[in-house]
Design a protein around this ligand. Sequence first.
Ligand code: URA
Length: 207
Amino acid sequence: MLHVVDHPLVQHKLTLMRRRETSTNNFRRMLGEIGALMAYEVTRDMPMQLVDIDTPLERMQSPLIDGKKLVFVPILRAGTGLLDGFLSVIPAARVGHVGLYRDPDTLAAVEYYFKMPQQMHERDVIVLDPMLATGNSAVAAITRIKATHPRSIRFVCLVASPEGVRNFAGAHPDVAVYTAAVDRQLNAHGYIVPGLGDAGDRIFGTT
Ligand code: URA
């Protein structure tokens, strides 16, 4: 299932991020801010448990989320740009990492790093990568994470291509995708257009 997060705060920041002249500093800061807003949307239906608490006036049952059950998994390296925003909202979450790079000739995803917390079967995973372009990296990351048997998996990006959305849905129809925009298309180099350029380069100033 595809969720387009069309909240004005997200759309406004995305417009500023797309601009060629936006500095590395501002790009990174706004990606963090959008991360926090996307975390709000993607956790909207998270399970909660009622706990007994004492207010200054009386005892009551009140809902809590179990943040430790959540695992945020940025796909290296651009996914780390969303991580701080997610952790600012749910600081108790665990963090796993998947390292993938795109083979420049075939655009296939090649894994070079994979590290998850223990007891994945009782955890809810949120995979982070700003750009769902060909979808190859996201599909490979989710396939690898599924092998650890987490309780659930969701995928969060900032900008998706129609090709990436189709590829992802074909491979993992059971994994919900949250994005701020679905752009027109991929270009011949596998970049999303109009897009925002290379997210990793724009976060880290490596152009
Ligand atoms: N990765 C990016 O960073 N940008 C794109 O447009 C496509 C893939």
